[in-house]
Design a protein around this ligand. Structure first.
Ligand SMILES: Cc1ncc(COP(=O)(O)O)c(C=O)c1O
Length: 488
């Protein structure tokens, strides 16, 4: 056997492991053919300037793994039966090369937002993370370990820990007039959307959405095989006539709605339209997915109760999230629906990931039980209401200065939908270079649907007001104004 080219330069690994790795690599590459007899341990020790024990440890490891066989007295040979040929052909080019992966579908890599990258952040659903009561939550977190039932750390409780389900049920009853028979707690409401898509959408099934919508929801439906149908919307939300027309054209299975604060336009769907939509969906056998993502923040009056609160036929699948009231990294979302629906979704959930983060769920339950959640909610509603008023004043002042800005002040939420009456197609990139994060109209359309209603001209920005101080909001708006109206 010719000496191998071995460099012992990896200080994080024992020498015998590095030697074994080199011999293994030589076998795999075909440099040490099956059946080759290795030099004796004494010779190898001299060649590589290693202790004989180190050599023996490496050889025995390779015997245990099956790369080598040892014969009494005659030493070590490469295992004869290894199906290895030289890894290069006669022209010296590699025989085995990477082939294209056969994914079931090629999904686009998502763009994620690095918070630290921006001086001014107008992300629509961003809570003010600095205001979260970290110390209080840390206490709740450590308290749960004082009386932890360790069996909870094992598999089981797929639908969420009982303590958190109970707290969320109380909360939903009080805040949303919902009395769910059962809940499914998910790893954020995105998982909820994916589970619903898995349970209801077969390849080619039709799913209807508002024309402007929440891209991750539509992507989840599409990834599960849905064909998306855009339904027209106006200043009051989803257009019922258009829904009716589309229901007559396509056998739509699901309708995804954000009735309280339409995403991204923030419009609250009126009771009349809600009832009309419910009746239409009932008569066409359509399930309604009601995404109640930021209901906590409603400033002008009590928020309208969700469609799920009056659902005699059990056709509404309600979902919401703690990402806005806590933070998205908590990954707590939940679904309320008819028991048969929850049962099916729970089976899908088990197939996907068994359960969620039990420690986090118990800590949130403890925090809710002690009243921390409610106190935080009150504080944040007050703070966001102030920021909502401040953004309104700021936009009104800009209008007074003659900028062609139009918007309808929403009843609640964490963002405003503002028409700047200038093209915004390239604005996101331009502003990002100036340290400003915004979401512009084009990103809320889905162009790959069966019926996509993306208009030619786009001039709206969804301006989040919750996640940064009013001072920052004003400074950031000044950059937006300059870029839109004052730059050449
Ligand atoms: C419309 C809508 N649905 C759901 C979510 C929440 O997602 P998750 O609970 O997965 O963080 C968001 C967050 O931005 C949202 O805007």
């Amino acid at each position: 056997m010719h000496p191998l080219d071995i460099q012992f330069d990896d200080t994080s690994k024992a020498k015998y492991l590095q030697l074994a790795q080199s011999i293994r690599a030589a076998i795999i590459k075909g440099n040490l053919a099956p059946g080759t007899k290795l030099s004796s341990a004494r010779v190898m020790a001299q060649t590589y300037q290693l202790n004989r024990h180190t050599i023996m440890n490496a050889l025995q490891l390779l015997v245990a793994e099956g790369w080598l066989v040892s014969f009494q007295r005659s030493g070590y040979c490469v295992t004869e039966s290894l199906p290895i040929e030289s890894s290069v052909n006669s022209r010296g080019t590699p025989k085995l090369v990477a082939k294209p992966y056969q994914f079931s579908q090629q999904l686009k890599t998502p763009q994620t937002m690095e918070l630290n990258q921006y001086r001014f952040n107008f992300a629509g659903g961003l809570p003010d993370l600095a205001c979260f009561p970290h110390k209080e939550f840390k206490r709740a977190m450590s308290q749960i370990f004082n009386y932890l039932d360790v069996t909870k750390l094992h598999y089981g409780d797929i639908s969420g820990v009982a303590e958190l389900k109970l707290q969320i049920e109380h909360y939903l009853h009080k805040a949303r007039n919902l009395k769910p028979a059962d809940l499914l707690i998910c790893n954020g409401s995105q998982e909820a959307l994916f589970l619903i898509a898995k349970a209801f959408v077969g390849k080619g099934d039709f799913v209807a959405c508002e024309t402007l919508g929440y891209p991750p929801a539509r992507k989840a439906f599409a990834a599960c095989g849905a064909q998306l149908i855009d339904i027209k919307q106006d200043d009051e939300g989803l257009c019922v006539d258009d829904l009716k027309a589309q229901l007559e054209c396509y056998p739509i299975k699901l309708l995804y709605l954000t009735p309280l604060h339409q995403y991204p336009t923030t419009v609250t769907l009126s009771p009349t339209r809600r009832l009309q939509i419910y009746q239409l969906c009932y008569s066409h056998n359509v399930m309604i997915i009601e995404d109640d993502y930021d209901h906590e923040f409603h400033y002008r009056c009590q928020p309208l109760q969700p469609m799920a609160a009056d659902d005699p036929a059990g056709i509404v699948i309600y979902l919401s999230t703690f990402s806005k009231i806590m933070f998205s990294a908590a990954r707590i979302g939940y679904i309320c629906a008819a028991p048969e629906v929850i049962a099916q979704l729970t089976v899908w959930k088990q197939l996907m990931n068994h359960k969620n983060d039990v420690v986090m769920q118990l800590a949130v339950a403890q925090w809710m039980k002690e009243g921390g959640f409610e106190r935080h909610l009150k504080r944040m509603t007050k703070l966001y209401k102030q920021r909502y008023e401040d953004m309104d004043s700021c936009l009104t002042a800009l209008q007074a200065k003659g900028y062609p800005i139009e918007y309808i002040k929403p009843d609640g939420g964490m963002a405003m939908w503002v028409n700047f009456n200038r093209p915004v197609e390239h604005l996101k990139k331009a502003l990002a270079q100036l340290g400003v994060y915004v979401q512009t109209e084009p990103e809320f359309y889905f162009k790959d649907g069966v019926r996509s209603l993306k208009p030619d001209k786009q001039s709206y920005i969804r301006l989040g007001f919750a996640g940064q101080s009013s001072e920052k909001m004003q400074q950031g708006l000044a950059v937006i104004i300059k870029t839109l109206y004052l730059s050449k």
